[in-house]
Design a protein around this ligand. Structure first.
Ligand SMILES: [Zn+2]
Length: 293
């Protein structure tokens, strides 16, 4: 079923990660730069993430003794330092997720470099180390951002959709591992309803919304692949949804042969496999040097 299966540590059948993008209310400020600060409802919806959902999520991971990957915009580091501290206290990884969730395509050039470096400064100040991974706001990564990630010694990206399992990206500047995402494992389609940014989906019940994720897991598990969720604390950290994810996680960790890992650990594993002579699928970038017609 998978052309390029990856041998997982300990012979595990499937690699598994439940990652979170802690965007908080950055989304409304970047979407409505003139008056986002006056829009109390979307601010409160976003703030629910760091203030209410994050303690809940971190408590689950601590209880289960598991570590995960969180992606946090630099602006959220500065605005919600306690949430960042709690993530680090739990031994989790924090990846780069832009400055204030700006779209890399819309800010390409000097503005994107400035935003990227501003977020790096927050990582240095509050984490004390540089991030190893990057996930683009709205997945809109560009060749420029890949260059910035390589310039800063990153190991992986998690924004592209080109395969079922991790693969490699080779650019003129160097090599990164790709931890692929897709919309079927992202919680925006089932759970986000956000008029201010033009995202008007009907909100599904927790069981119906999560059902699609579990079907994705079963397919990956059968194929010996890679199952990753891309969740947001303000969406899936809501009480009923998180209770359901927590119950799934407990059962899965007890009964299935999964390697539940942070993305930086999965990337390190790929690096070791390559060093040992294993060949990974590799995309050569840029995909196109000029507009196509
Ligand atoms: Zn985000």
């Amino acid at each position: 079923m998978i052309q390029n299966p990856i041998p997982w540590p300990g012979g595990a059948r499937c690699a598994c990660a439940i990652t979170f993008d802690m965007d908080a209310d950055s989304l409304i400020h970047v979407a409505k730069p003139k008056d986002g600060h006056k829009r109390l409802y979307p601010i409160s919806m976003g703030q629910y993430g760091p203030l209410v959902a994050m303690p809940r999520i971190l408590e689950t991971y601590a209880r289960l003794g598991r570590k995960q990957s969180f992606f946090v915009p630099g602006w959220c580091f500065e605005t919600y330092p306690k949430a960042v501290e709690a993530i680090l206290d739990g031994g989790h990884e924090i990846g780069h997720h832009g400055w204030i969730h700006e779209d890399p395509v819309a800010t390409e050039g000097d503005a994107q470099r400035a935003a990227f470096e501003r977020a790096m400064a927050s990582h240095r100040r509050l984490v004390g180390a540089r991030p190893r991974g990057y996930r683009a706001p709205v997945y809109n990564i560009t060749d420029q951002v890949l260059d910035l990630a390589l310039e800063n010694g990153f190991l992986y990206d998690s924004s592209l959709m080109g395969d079922d399992v991790p693969y490699a990206l080779q650019t003129p500047r160097g090599r990164l591992y790709e931890m692929p995402v897709h919309w079927g494992t992202d919680d925006w389609p089932p759970f986000a309803h956000y008029d201010e940014i033009g995202y008007m989906m009907p909100v599904r019940s927790p069981s119906a919304g999560l059902q699609g994720f579990w079907e994705e897991f079963e397919a990956q598990y059968q194929a010996g692949g890679f199952f990753m969720l891309i969740l947001h604390p303000f969406l899936t950290g809501r009480l009923a949804r998180w209770r359901a994810v927590e119950a799934w996680l407990e059962t899965t960790l007890d009964t299935r042969d999964v390697w539940f890992a942070r993305l930086e650990d999965i990337s390190e594993h790929l690096k070791n496999l390559e060093a040992g002579g294993c060949t990974l699928r590799t995309d050569t970038l840029p995909y196109y040097a000029a507009p196509q017609s």
